[in-house]
Design a protein around this ligand. Structure first.
Ligand code: OKP
Ligand code: ZN
Length: 343
């Protein structure tokens, strides 16, 4: 299986996130990608770089003003004499205006962001763009006939919506891959999100569409981030009604209960009979994860990969979360090896 990786991910570094009332170094750190890359190389995976894509490929799933904001945000910040990382401190929640984008950088940042966990640094755009190109390249490999491909995306993407960023995510890598598959002959595409956190951004992007099924298994938003989306009664709207399916699970969920939800999610995906599958592969379901509360063990990830392979659908794996940095490599490699073991 081809692995797509860009060293530009490392440019997204040096910010801090708001965590339990304090600014702390980001859990989403560059060494995450280094550990994954190292493990995949050790397992003999072939690693290649991303291809180039026109900026318009991003606009297939994202708003133009939003993309322009991300591209220029840190330069604007510096232009008004500020330095270091950017975090918003005010948001257009409920009773505030959402029909106007403030001219100043602080207001603009609050308008496009939905949390204070997602700093923008000088290199954020370069890294986010490279991650998007990794996902698009992996999708291209599958369009060109590969049974599976893996995009080592960093920063992750599944919390980024059509015109909103947050949850360590800026551009929605998985949604870009899914849309690329749609634009290159795959008539029905499913996205299965197994990250511990609900993929609110991907759900937002495909909410009203029946050509892209979105299925997510995650910690219940009653207690878990992102809190305001990912409930079981969210099922899509308009044309897309019935094409979003959520499987929220309680804190403490271990493999025995997890696998029941996984099988139900896989049945939903199989019932859709997609021509291609995108897996939003977060491994923060791991028992050792510092910000999550499921209890999956390293030995369970190959079992997940095998079950995914049983669907028999060409699959693009897109890296999302996972913060137990030193164990990321074995867990990610486990999923991919499990997938490959089942021919
Ligand atoms: C991103 B992905 C800790 C609170 C939660 C955001 C979590 C984002 C997870 N400061 N912060 O889905 O792995
Ligand atoms: Zn996550």
């Amino acid at each position: 299986m081809k692995v797509v990786h860009s060293p530009l991910h490392a440019r997204h570094d040096g910010g801090k996130e708001l965590h339990r009332g304090e600014l702390v170094p980001c859990f989403e750190m560059p060494s995450r990608a280094d550990f994954i890359l190292q493990a995949l190389r050790r397992e003999g995976f072939a690693v290649g770089g991303p291809r180039e894509f026109p900026l318009e490929s991003l606009l297939r799933v994202h708003d133009a003003g939003f993309v322009e904001f991300l591209r220029t945000a840190h330069a604007e910040w510096r232009a008004v004499g500020k330095e270091g990382f950017m975090l918003p401190s005010g948001f257009p929640a409920r009773s505030l205006r959402r029909d106007h984008i403030p001219a100043g950088i602080n207001g603009k940042m609050g308008y496009y962001a939905f949390d204070a966990s997602t700093p923008i640094v000088e290199g954020t755009w370069d890294a986010a763009l490279a991650a998007a190109h990794c996902a698009l390249t992996a999708a291209a490999h599958v369009v060109e006939g590969e049974r599976g491909a893996y995009a080592l995306c960093r920063p992750p993407g599944h919390h980024a919506g059509h015109a909103v960023y947050g949850g360590y995510c800026f551009l929605n890598n998985a949604a870009l891959a899914a849309q690329y598959l749609r634009d290159h002959g795959k008539k029905r595409v499913a996205v299965l999100d197994v990250d511990y956190h609900h993929g609110n951004g991907t759900q937002d992007i495909f909410w009203e569409r029946s050509d892209v099924l979105f299925v997510s298994i995650h910690g219940t938003p009653e207690t878990e981030y992102p809190y305001f989306l990912g409930y079981a009664d969210e099922r899509g709207a308009g044309e897309g009604e019935g094409y979003t399916r959520n499987f929220p699970l309680p804190r403490g969920t271990a493999w025995a209960e997890y696998v029941t939800a996984l099988d139900a999610a896989l049945d939903t995906v199989g019932g859709f009979a997609p021509d291609a599958l995108v897996v939003s592969l977060g491994v923060d379901t791991y028992e050792g994860d510092p910000i999550s509360a499921f209890k999956l063990e390293t030995r369970h990830y190959p079992l997940m990969g095998e079950r995914l392979a049983r669907l028999g659908i060409p699959t693009v794996f897109v890296q999302e979360g996972g913060y137990a940095v030193e164990d990321l490599g074995s867990n990610v490699a486990g999923v991919l090896k499990g997938f490959l073991a089942r021919g």
